[in-house]
Design a binder for this molecule. Structure first.
Ligand code: PLP
Length: 307
């Protein structure tokens, strides 16, 4: 795999971490980031992002040099940081850093651009208290086969009730944190069961999300996705898919879906930025309707639209 294009974000948050203030005109004229070599060591072994997964991230899809959902990703990045009580990201700096990473990367049909903000070095060590931040752009994996053929999915209980975000906000459900070990473990469990992916359900039987994607369900002309209050990530791809479906006169809704409704759906998809829309063709061993044409249209829209 080629080395990613790396940008270290030197002024990632709003405020005075290095003595500058928001109103400091001179400071605002600085880019707040610097190009770096991803082949060299850049991160401290004492960084809390590494030692505790204490930080947030986003992955932005860039198609032919354009990042159609960048605003939505930046907004979610700021919300995730707020849920973790991290300092507020300076979104102007991050936006420019993302665009600079795209410019600096050799041309590629699709890039995955990752934004990472950690709590920084462990307390007591030199440099503690300053967030660590970077942007890395890399040619994306090719998901053509999954888009064309669909995927097999199993449902797995996430072990929390549907209202966990309200009852236990410290569990950070709905924040895109660096702690994705559980998500990766769920995908390994899916592989052990002969499947490609997972749909998590709540302990009280509601549909949640996939480890790295949102769920979309079709019944006739109505398309639904689980509501974000269920402690799931509000998907930027799901939002773009709803915009597309509304233009064609379909009904769209963010609701509470019972896990039993999945088996009765006319079609199901998993939606995410880089893989885009993939149809679920088998759920817990049973076949699911596959709308090949609509899947292709969704993916065409997701790759083409925007800036
Ligand atoms: N849910 C989870 C847990 C995710 O990790 C992701 C993306 O990585 C999504 C949903 C889909 O979000 P998006 O469409 O913004 O990529």
């Amino acid at each position: 795999m080629p080395v990613p294009t790396l940008i270290l974000v030197t002024h990632p948050v709003v405020g005075t971490t290095d003595g500058r203030t928001d109103d400091d005109h001179e400071a605002r004229s600085q880019p707040g980031f610097v190009l770096a070599d991803a082949a060299l060591p850049q991160l401290s072994v004492l960084d809390l992002g590494v030692t505790r997964g204490d930080g947030v991230f986003e992955t932005v899809m860039v198609s032919e040099g354009r990042a159609p959902a960048i605003d939505a990703h930046l907004g979610r990045f700021a919300s995730s940081a707020a849920l973790l009580d991290l300092p507020r990201p300076d979104l102007d700096v991050w936006r420019r850093a993302v665009l600079a990473a795209i410019d600096a990367h050799p041309p590629a049909p699709v890039l995955a651009v990752k934004l990472v903000l950690t709590r920084g070095i462990e307390s007591g060590a030199p440099g503690a208290g300053v967030p660590t931040a970077w942007v890395a752009a890399q040619a994306a994996r090719d998901f053509t086969l999954q888009r064309e053929n669909g995927i097999r999915v199993v449902t797995l209980d996430r072990g929390y009730r549907h209202d966990v975000a309200a009852t236990s906000p410290w569990l950070l459900q709905g924040a895109k944190t660096l702690s994705y070990a559980i998500n990766a473990a769920a995908l390994r469990e899916a592989a052990r069961r002969g499947a490609d992916d997972v749909i998590f359900t709540s302990s009280d039987g509601f549909v949640l999300e996939a480890p790295t994607a949102s769920v979309l369900l079709r019944e006739g002309n109505r398309f639904s996705t689980p509501a974000p209050e269920l402690g799931i990530l509000p998907g930027t791809t799901q939002r773009r898919v709803f915009e597309f479906l509304k233009v064609y006169g379909y009904e769209t809704d963010a609701v509470r879906l019972r896990a039993s409704e999945l088996g009765r759906a006319d079609a199901l998809w998993l939606l995410s930025s880089v893989r885009q829309a993939v149809a679920v063709v088998e759920l817990d061993g049973s076949a699911v309707g596959f709308d090949r044409e609509l899947t292709a249209q969704l993916n065409e829209h997701l790759a083409a639209s925007g800036r």
